[in-house]
Design a protein around this ligand. Structure first.
Ligand code: NI
Length: 183
C-alpha cells in the first residue's frame, strides 16, 4: 500500500499547502482517506502532499506507548488519537531543543537525526471545524513539526547534513528514480 504515498522526487512534495476555507464532508473524507493510507503504510503521521493533495491537512496517530519520557510516563496524557489537523500553525515553541532520528513515508528506509524545539503549541481546526490549541512535547511535538514541514514543502532531506546527504546519496538517487518511474 506504500504505493499510495508519494515518494521523494515527486514534485507535489515541494508544493506549499493551501488553507482550507471550510471544513466540509470532502475535507473529512480526505482526512479519513489519509488515515487509512497512513495505517496501511504503518506510519504515525501523513500530510496531504504525501497523497498528492495540497489542502493544509495532516493526520497523526502517535501511540502513547511510544511517546514516553525517560521514566516511562506518557509525554502527552489526555491527547486522544488519531488527530486531524486542519490549517495548523505553530504559535509557540520552547527554546529547549531535542534531537532524534526521524523517518518519513516519502523516504522509505531513511532515518535522519533532526534537531527541533522540544515543545510546541499548535493551533488548528479539528475534524469538526472547531479551533483547538494543543501543547505538545516528546514524539508528538516532533511529529507535528515534521508534518507541518510537509505542508510547507520542506522534507526530511532538507534536515540532512552535507555528510548525511553524501552518506545516503545512492539511496536518495534510487528513491528519485523510483518516484519518476511511478509518475
Ligand atoms: Ni514525512
Amino acid at each position: 500500500m506504500t504505493g499510495s504515498v508519494c515518494i521523494y522526487g515527486n514534485p507535489v512534495l515541494r508544493k506549499k499547502s493551501e488553507l482550507v476555507t471550510a471544513v466540509t464532508d470532502d475535507i473529512r473524507a480526505l482526512a479519513d482517506r489519509m488515515l487509512g493510507i497512513m495505517y496501511a503504510a504503518e506510519g504515525i503521521g501523513l500530510a496531504a502532499e504525501q497523497i498528492g493533495q495540497t489542502e493544509s491537512v495532516f493526520v497523526l496517530d502517535v501511540p502513547a506507548r511510544v511517546d514516553q519520557d525517560k521514566e516511562g510516563r506518557p509525554n502527552n496524557p489526555g491527547v486522544k488519537m488519531p488527530q486531524v489537523f486542519i490549517n495548523p500553525e505553530i504559535i509557540g515553541a520552547s527554546e529547549e531543543t531535542a534531537v532524534a532520528e526521524e523517518g518519513c513515508l516519502s523516504f522509505p528506509e531513511l532515518y535522519v537525526p533532526v534537531t527541533r524545539p522540544a515543545e510546541v503549541v499548535v493551533r488548528y481546526l479539528d475534524r469538526d471545524g472547531n479551533e483547538q490549541v494543543l501543547n505538545a512535547k516528546g514524539l508528538l511535538a516532533r511529529a507535528i513539526q515534521h508534518e507541518l514541514d510537509h505542508l510547507n514543502g520542506v522534507l526530511l532531506v532538507d534536515h540532512m547534513s552535507v555528510v548525511a546527504k553524501l552518506k545516503n546519496a545512492l539511496q536518495l538517487i534510487k528513491l528519485k528514480k523510483q518516484s519518476r518511474e511511478n509518475l
